[in-house]
Design a binder for this molecule. Structure first.
Ligand code: ZN
Length: 304
């Protein structure tokens, strides 16, 4: 049986301000936890699918956020780790600091859900062999950070180069281009991590065969229903469709995100239109005979 997973990175709004070198301020700073999570959980229950939520553990210092996550876990969604502080420069930190970012996140998530997270995703999709080692040492069962997508890599390089030209500091960093050589379907991490090996399972972010166009929430919501369906159809032979979304995919400019409008075209798309594009992908994947499962269940089924 072919599988599909819908997983959401709960990057809170200040992260987006940091990417664009803006000072985080305004009423929307907790919009992901205050608004987006409830909307995505309602959407998931309407679409009858479980979610995997990649949670930035320091966000759990806020009592409202702890309630939101505990409630999502009770409703059957998986709570996975998106590190302690969402440091875009995680790969450049010392071994001890990487351990803190990963192990403390696991403890904080455990305190809220009663379970240590099994899954991990690095901020900004930048990964390293050292991170893989720490994941193994801290009992994580799978990773889902590898994003072997030339278009994304080029776009990110272009944005960062133009920001540095105009003297604006982005907190985002470039990963290694070798990640573009990684398999595009599930594999065990090797050394280096973009080669197949004996490590924990890796579930790469979904890209299309051959040209490796990314099928992630940001693109799908910009494309609209028809094109999104066609992109998903091109992946019909994959054992897993790993559909990565972000909390911001469930928000729009009306959620006090005016400041991001100029920097992120996805923020300009009305929420209802985003939801219909996401739902169209889910319907296309159901038409391919896929069952929707959490990523921890993907791990159990594909790597028994
Ligand atoms: Zn993130």
């Amino acid at each position: 049986m072919k599988l599909a997973s819908v997983n959401v990175d709960l990057d809170e709004i200040p992260n987006y301000f940091a990417i664009h070198g803006l000072t985080p301020a305004g009423p929307a700073m907790s919009a992901v936890y205050d608004r987006a999570v409830a909307r995505m959980v309602d959407w998931a229950s309407a679409m009858k699918l479980p979610l995997t939520l990649f949670t930035v553990a320091s966000d759990l210092s806020r009592a409202e956020n702890r309630r939101v996550i505990a409630d999502a876990a009770r409703r059957g969604h998986e709570i996975a780790s998106h590190t302690l502080d969402h440091r875009y420069d995680l790969v450049r930190l010392s071994y001890a600091d990487i351990c803190t970012q990963i192990d403390d996140a696991a403890s904080l998530i455990h305190a809220v859900t009663g379970e240590r997270p099994r899954g991990f995703r690095a901020p900004g999709y930048t990964f390293s062999d050292e991170i893989a080692r720490v994941l193994l040492e801290t009992g994580h069962a799978y990773d889902s950070s590898v994003f072997g997508c030339p278009a994304y890599y080029m776009a990110k390089a272009l944005v960062m180069a133009s920001y540095s030209l105009i003297g604006r500091k982005s907190h985002s960093i470039m990963g290694e281009p070798e990640v573009l050589l990684a398999p595009r379907t599930p594999y065990r991490l090797g050394t280096p991590y973009w080669r197949e090996g004996q490590g924990i399972p890796e579930f790469p972010i979904q890209v299309t065969p051959r040209i490796r166009m990314p099928i992630i929430g940001t693109n799908v919501t910009l494309w609209g229903e028809k094109f999104a369906r066609r992109a998903a159809a091109s992946c019909a032979d994959d054992a897993l469709f790993n559909f990565e979304l972000h909390g911001i995919d469930f928000l729009d400019a009306d959620d006090d995100l005016e400041a991001l409008r100029a920097h992120q075209p996805d923020v300009r798309v009305p929420r209802a239109k985003k939801l219909s594009a996401l739902s169209a992908v889910v319907e296309e994947l159901r038409g391919q005979g896929r069952s929707f499962v959490r990523l921890d269940e993907v791990e159990a089924r594909l790597f028994p």
